[in-house]
Design a protein around this ligand. Sequence first.
Ligand SMILES: Cc1cc2nc3c(=O)[nH]c(=O)nc-3n(C[C@H](O)[C@H](O)[C@H](O)COP(=O)(O)OP(=O)(O)OC[C@H]3O[C@@H](n4cnc5c(N)ncnc54)[C@H](O)[C@@H]3O)c2cc1C
Length: 457
Amino acid sequence: MLVSMETGVNDAIVIGGGFAGIAAACRLAGDGHRPLLIERAPRLGGRASSFVSRETGESIDFGQHVLMRCCTTSTGFLLRIGLPDAIRFQPTLSVPIVSPEGRTLLRSSAFPGIFHLAPALLRFRLLPFSERVRVLRAGLALALTRARTDRSFAEWLAAHGQSPAAVERLWDPISIATLNAPSDAVGLHAARKVFRDAFFRPDGADLGFFTFSLSEVFTAARRYIENRGGTVRTSDGVRLLIVEEGRIAGVELESGEQFDSEAVVCAVPPPALEKLAGSDGPLEPILEAASRLRWGPIVNLHAWFDRPVLDEAFSVAVGSPAQAVFDVTQLHGGSPGGLTHVVLSQSAADEWIDRPVEDVSTSLLNALGELFPAVRAAKPCRTLVLRSRQATFIPEPSVDRLRPRAPTPIDGLYLAGDWISTGWPSTIEGAIRSGIVAAAYVEERLRVDRLVDDGDE
Ligand SMILES: Cc1cc2nc3c(=O)[nH]c(=O)nc-3n(C[C@H](O)[C@H](O)[C@H](O)COP(=O)(O)OP(=O)(O)OC[C@H]3O[C@@H](n4cnc5c(N)ncnc54)[C@H](O)[C@@H]3O)c2cc1C
């Protein structure tokens, strides 16, 4: 029987309360099961979690998260947990690109199919006209290319006539924003996925911004699970997986409590999985491959100004130390204390991650002032630097060989997490998809077990 020692009701255990584990638990709860979700941290959300500022009471997200309209499983998940308005999508893709030399707009047009961005690229003022035409040609070739290859995206771009300026001003900003690494660090395969699912579809790349702090998503998810008879435990991690004769039998928590279960979803990143499984057990080949995944940092500077400083809620900087610029006050429709909350999000942040906080703040505020003159007249009342050292894995050329599928050699144990093989980069969408896939395996497992139980009677 599948029974929890504590309550006698949970029929599956999910370890890890990031988007992957939450998606798995919500799926199970929504389909009539009673999952037990166990999260080590005091709050749900993992890398997408938030904390409450002691000074202002504001809920601040560790990472400024953006989705694109192609992230359909994420929007489906938010609908399922009762948050249809959690994301506001742009009516059409429109990204202001700012640089110290001027500004241009990457905006979708009425042109059909993959040509929807052609007019914007032909007007892309940050490159000479001849280069814009070459960018269009490369875009077409990228849409048509089929070969699976271990080439880097940068090699492919060079082979298709893309100049260093085109890479620096267009291709790398897109690669860094979507894959957390520049084109020479990512595989062609990963870049092609982003372009095919998002930019080559008229609405695939429309940006979606959360209309409130992500903590509200996790509050709603918790409510969804608990209202359906599931249980959410926080502040107590799993210490080890209990495996008997090659089958999962339950888990032991750091507090020493044990829970039996014949179906467990493990939705934690590879180092945490290694601690749970030990390094020389049946998961060893999975762990060995996963240890070769390279993870990249993201650094965010939060700045609160005494007045509005940005016209747009979101823009991308090129030719500047700054990258993505968010006006959180506009995105969330207000900010405690009437201040203007701006976030500068630095992806592929290897050069920022170990710099002193003061240095990060000063450099990025100066860069912001260079891009937006209104910033220079405003007073930054407070700043905060948040660093995520292992924010996402980098989709290097051979990455697909390192990502395991959900089933494991341990019967009844399934893996989830953004790093599992979903075809998606290290994103909320990848995490949610992995959780739903793992939940589907658990459901199948529970169904089969029930049939076998019935047969025994
Ligand atoms: C700064 C930043 C910005 C980002 N921006 C974006 C973006 O704009 N768009 C996007 O789509 N994605 C973005 N991402 C990536 C996205 O946040 C992740 O892909 C996603 O949140 C991963 O979810 P996950 O559930 O797979 O893993 P995690 O969020 O890492 O969750 C794993 C959970 O397991 C828990 N855990 C570990 N060990 C144990 C244990 N023994 N017992 C119990 N619990 C345990 C951890 O505490 C954690 O909560 C960003 C990430 C960062 C850090």
